[in-house]
Design a binder for this molecule. Structure first.
Ligand code: NI
Length: 176
């Protein structure tokens, strides 16, 4: 039985550090960590998570959009485990959209992000992968990648007026 990991929240210095590259993908400890991180993401109704959010300052993220209680209108995809991800291209056009973060419970912010993005990463078997993402999934990637650079979505806001509570967000946009 896989156990969930605890989430580190805003104020913990690890969320403000630049994460170090993953070196040994075959390490059984790393593979177990990936399973636990996937489990944690599902358990917490996230659509993405980054290793520093569970106290591991390594360049590993999971992007896993799907409709759930926190994001009822998210598109569905198979979870992608991305090790040492790199941004290859970004669109010049940016779109604003609402984001939350497991490390910043209770609030959402409307954040501008590149509309499309091309990324490269190593999957959990060590194979190099390239993906093109757009819209909400591109947004998730950019949000999680920021965690590896010690940034959170609050740093990307154009104005503090672009924040609302989770409850207000769900009431207003999702009929919750
Ligand atoms: Ni986050």
């Amino acid at each position: 039985m896989t156990k969930g990991l605890s989430i580190f929240e805003l104020g913990d210095p690890i969320l403000r550090q630049q994460a170090a590259p993953v070196e040994d993908i075959q390490d059984p400890g790393l593979q177990l960590f990936i399973d636990r991180l996937l489990h944690t993401l599902l358990e917490k109704n996230g659509v993405g998570i980054a290793a520093p959010q569970v106290g591991v300052s390594r360049r590993l993220i999971i992007v896993a959009s799907r409709p759930n209680l926190r994001y009822p209108s998210a598109p569905s995809m198979e979870p992608e485990v991305m090790i040492n991800p790199r941004v290859m291209e970004t669109s010049n056009d940016r779109v604003r959209g609402w984001e939350g973060c497991l490390s910043i419970p209770g609030i959402r912010g409307e954040v501008p992000r590149h509309r499309t993005i091309v990324v490269e990463y190593l999957d959990r078997s060590g194979q190099l992968q390239q993906r093109d993402y757009e819209e909400f999934v591109a947004r998730i990637f950019q949000h999680e990648f920021d965690h590896l650079e010690g940034k959170v979505f609050l740093d990307r806001l154009e104005s503090v007026q672009d924040i609302m509570t989770d409850r207000e967000f769900l009431r207003r946009f999702e009929g919750g």
